[in-house]
Design a protein around this ligand. Sequence first.
Ligand SMILES: [Zn+2]
Length: 572
Amino acid sequence: MRHVCSLILILIHAINFAAVAKSSDINQKKKSVYIEGYIPNPQAPETGVRKVYLLIENGLIKKKSHSKFVVQDNVRKITEKQYGPMLLSSGFIDLHGHLKYHVIPLWKEAQGQFGNRFDWRAKTSYKQNVTSYLNNDALGSSSDPQSLYCQTYHYAEIKALVGGVTSVQGIGQDSTCTAGLFARNVEIQSDYNESTDIRVSSEMINPNSSNYLQNSILPEVIRNNQSIDAVFTEKLALASETSTTVPSAFKSFMELRTHYLKYFSRIVPIGDIRGFIAHLSEGRRQDFYNKLEYKAARVAGLTQKGLIIIHGVGLDEQDFIHASQNEINFVWSPFSNLLLYGETFDVKKAIHYGLNVSLGSDWSPSGSKNLLDEAKIAKKYLSLKNEHISDRKIYEMMTINPAKALKLDHKLGRLDENYLGDIVAFKLKSFRSNPFTQIIESHPSDIQFVMVGGQMVVAKERLTHSSSNFDSLLSKDDLNKYSKCSVYKTTKIAHGLLSYSDLVENLKTVFPVLDTPTSCNDDYYTQSTQQIPLLIKNGQLSQQNDDQESQKFYPLNKQLQSLLSPNHRTND
Ligand SMILES: [Zn+2]
């Protein structure tokens, strides 16, 4: 972020430089910052904290020490004496989002009742309450970074930042929209000073080919140990000249597959792609599409090292074993899964098989406000299911695990020397209790500041006060000491970004009910986070109703399953 001194300069800046890529801001040289705080005690991390002293220079953690050290006078300082004890963490990485939808509040019809993503997408109420708002011509397009369309991204990044998230996924094709903002986008390589890419796709298996794949292609591929191409070639030769089923299924399947195989061929041997993120097996565990997708991707050769699967709810035991052998990563979005399907990813099993799992908040129409909320949902869900996963492991799903999935764990996901200066600081509530629990149970109002590359992006008002000499994108203050609500306002205009209040006013002209940045003052959202047992029950009820309809698919699925057992030789 560049420094601006007056309102006039701010305006000129915003108008003239709106399209400047934010990467140049994130990685540009900034003033050095010295921070005193606490981190989990390295000797016994789950039992308490230990004091740490950090020096951030040029956007990186230059020095980390447990002993106090002297810094030059011109270095900005955040000391315990001045601001109280703070619990420091590396900024959270949200590995699953659809940013432009983060302006839309929870879709009230999502009550855990759907089988798969095609069920709810077909609902009129979904179209009315979700997609219709984004199909509004008044939004403009990503070619204009100041359009309302781009402002939806600005708002989404602010929502992430106020929850301690410093890296987000879900910019899609609209990278021009985030000019001037300060959450890093995992898809933008320059945000990480990387020369290699992360690729993203919403579907891996074209739904138009699903039925034909399951009924006619996959059993033969597996039974005869033939390649999927060979089976398709035979079917195409045998198909009558007037048949359109085989050619169209072949075409829709091959288009995606050819495209994605190219990615994988660039992940391991060449290494110019770091990973490939895709939705797969999203829905109820027993749902037809949901069960099919991993297996279809597997025989198509798409379940390879470097794959990061979003959801993975429909995987069975064999799939987990296969995923583990191929070092596949997963992104778990429990709230979105439970709201839509009443069921979620078998995270306990994934951890049992040593899989790398990260958390993702998905999107606000059927997901959490931010990753800090998602962690609370994850914890609540696990305790309801009596499945013990420690708070430390849940915390790792927000920090080091996504960094590993992105192959950036040498610079992201930890507070260590030479790592990026992406930091979230919480109010330290206890010196001797589990710091991971303290973080997960914290609310955005407990956050003292959020920093990206050493640049303050969200900070308590006392930190941005003129005497403290800290510039921040947003300042926050609590309404009162008993409230969990914070008020956010812009203290510094980034390229192309309006003041926070103008941004909200603008968006309200096209999104009459704009999703709030935190759970504060959103009663429906808060209630929904407390209704996980009801969502699970709704999922079970609609499963029973659907069973009859699904019978025609399941016998064949079982046949596929036995063909895919470890005793059966497969050609992948
Ligand atoms: Zn999604």
